[in-house]
Write a protein that binds this ligand. Structure first.
Ligand code: FMN
Length: 195
């Protein structure tokens, strides 16, 4: 079956881990954030909050604090990354979006799921515009420090889950091979039918 543009974008998206220093345009950033808020959300709660950080000194400080905490991890590969002087948790991307979810005490819903749908929309929108991106979970090592989170200005009652890096891909970066595991799809066979 011929691929349409959306499916091609899905297939072409890769985590970009090397960026050019040039900032992305305001129009590109706006389009990526607009794509985020068109994600589905449970009960249409739209609990996401997006903090855009483009200040390199702040991003470097988050990187330092994240790595400091990673060095204390009981997990060996995390400690190794924390100790790797060359590793930057944002890969020096010029724009980072911290995605937080507004907590609702009465809600049975899970804001992290809605936020994740919004992140995937951002990654795909970025790809379609030629902007590189990477979903960053390791900043959890920074978010663990509530005081630092407050200093960033994340609204009260919001929990930061993930970050997303954005920037123009450095052409010298070769993304990892898009390996995908097989056998992840199963077809239900009704009782009495052949498998
Ligand atoms: C929840 C989540 C957390 C992730 N955290 C990180 C991260 O901290 N650093 C990083 O470089 N990539 C991170 N990634 C990107 C994955 O490593 C990447 O999606 C995976 O290796 C597949 O490669 P691809 O995105 O190029 O298809 C994360 C992805 C997800 C979904």
């Amino acid at each position: 079956m011929p691929l349409n543009q959306v499916i091609e974008t899905i297939r072409n998206r890769r985590s970009i881990r090397k960026y050019l220093p040039e900032q992305i345009s305001c129009n590109e950033l706006d389009a990526i954030l607009d794509a985020a808020i068109w994600a589905p959300s449970g009960h249409n709660d739209q609990p996401w909050r997006f903090l855009v950080i483009q200040d390199a000194a702040t991003l470097d400080a988050i990187n330092e604090e994240t790595k400091k905490n990673m060095k204390e991890s009981p997990v060996e590969w995390v400690r190794e990354m924390g100790n790797n002087e060359k590793f930057h948790v944002f890969y020096h991307a010029p724009t980072v979006i911290v995605v937080s979810g507004k907590q609702d005490a009465n809600s049975i819903l899970k804001p992290i799921v809605d936020c994740s749908a919004a992140i995937q929309n951002m990654l795909l929108a970025a790809t379609s515009l030629g902007v590189g991106s990477c979903w960053i979970g390791l900043t959890a090592f920074f978010f663990a420090n509530r005081e630092k989170v407050r200093e960033l200005g994340i609204p009260e009652g919001c929990v930061p889950y993930y970050s997303v890096t954005l920037g123009y891909p450095d052409p010298t970066f070769t993304p990892g091979a898009p390996r995908r595991k097989e056998n992840s799809v199963f077809r239900y066979a009704a009782p009495g039918t052949k498998r």
